[in-house]
Design a binder for this molecule. Sequence first.
Ligand SMILES: [Zn+2]
Length: 48
Amino acid sequence: MRKMTKCLYCKKELFEKKGIDVCDSCGIGVWGRRMFEAIKKNMENSGE
Ligand SMILES: [Zn+2]
């Protein structure tokens, strides 16, 4: 069974596991687009 990931802010289901449990629109709203992209990139690099 596949585990569903939900956005921490709006509880929307996320289809892909990004290492960060926040959807794109909330992530951008919270951190701003550039910062959010940097955070996601960081997660991808460190998460195995
Ligand atoms: Zn969200």
